[in-house]
Design a protein around this ligand. Structure first.
Ligand code: SF4
Length: 309
């Protein structure tokens, strides 16, 4: 299973305001780490890891994933947190970073990012217009060309693997990145990065704008076929087709309520997602969800998803 480390907590803070973001609209839209207030410090992360490892078996942690309630590379202590977390957890566990790529033009950010074992960069558009329509970047964020160039620079400096994650979608406003010119340009850009893995995703989780439409599995498979023309099949991961993740082994007598709350704080989930991520039976998760609903801690969203109230 993946152990999550949140580098951005509190109100959502990001350099993008993506139309499909499952975290909702960006409360603090900023364009550089210097503008981030009250960020998570290395010592807080180590305290959190300690408290988690009192409850779970380290042997079931396959990977440690850095993300957060926004863009993790906005945290100025990213590099230090990685060093401390690696020192604390020991060697052998891969560290993954999920990033929207907008800060990669900075040498200091790339220096920190290049120490991760896997970097998963977001790329939803291959042309400037679609980039602005889908990702709605902060005013001073660079243009798409600069972002793509900085991902290429990172690839040269990175000793680990580069993954590209693209959210394919359409909208009721008439634009989409899953067909026509926008799709072909995006495909070209991804090919130019020569990533180790491509994640073909779609915004299935609620939280985004009402005008966003996720794709069907059939449409995603068709997109996957286009990638198979250029990449081996095992390099292309398609949402809903390739399951990822694993199971947690919890220590006896642990109260899973706070862990469910923690998971829902990171992202909205369905009961089956919680069952998969936490490795706990359906009945037990359903009971916990009922209790948290009754206490008013969580609320129901559309399509069977729950989130913190
Ligand atoms: S970059 Fe990620 S966190 Fe930021 S708005 Fe987009 S999807 Fe949400």
């Amino acid at each position: 299973m993946s152990l999550g480390v949140d580098l951005i907590t509190g109100a959502k803070t990001c350099s993008f305001n993506c139309i499909y973001c499952q975290l909702g609209r960006t409360a603090n839209l900023i364009s550089r780490p210097e503008d981030l207030r009250g960020y998570v410090r290395a010592k807080d992360v180590i305290e959190d890891l300690k408290s988690y490892l009192e409850k779970m078996d380290l042997g079931c942690v396959d990977v440690v994933t850095f993300s957060g309630n926004g863009e993790p590379t906005l945290n100025p202590e990213l590099g230090l947190i990685l060093i401390e977390a690696k020192r604390f957890l020991g060697r052998g566990i891969p560290f993954v970073l999920l990033t929207n790529s907008s800060m990669l033009k900075r040498n200091d950010v790339r220096r920190a990012v290049s120490k991760f074992d896997i970097v998963c960069v977001k790329l939803d558009a291959g042309d400037e217009k679609t980039f602005r329509l889908i990702n709605r970047p902060a005013k001073d964020v660079s243009d798409l060309e600069t972002i793509v160039d900085s991902i290429k620079k990172l690839k040269k400096e990175l000793s680990g693997k580069l993954m590209v994650q693209s959210m394919f979608l359409s909208t009721t406003l008439g634009f989409a990145n899953c067909r026509g010119f926008a799709f072909e340009r995006l495909l070209e850009r991804i090919l130019s990065l020569d990533p180790d893995v491509i994640q073909v995703d779609t915004p299935f989780r609620p939280g985004g704008e009402e005008f966003v439409r996720h794709l069907s599995i059939k449409e995603l498979k068709e997109i996957g076929e286009r990638f198979y023309e250029y990449f081996p099949r095992d390099k292309v991961w398609i949402f809903g087709v390739h399951e990822r993740g694993g199971y947690v082994r919890w220590k006896k007598g642990i109260d899973l309520g706070p862990i469910v709350i923690d998971l829902l704080r990171r992202r909205p989930c369905r009961i089956e997602d919680m069952v998969n991520v936490l490795g706990v039976g359906y009945e037990e998760i359903s009971r916990m969800v009922r209790e948290l609903l009754a206490k008013g801690v969580i609320e129901r969203m559309g399509r069977g998803y729950y989130r913190i109230k």
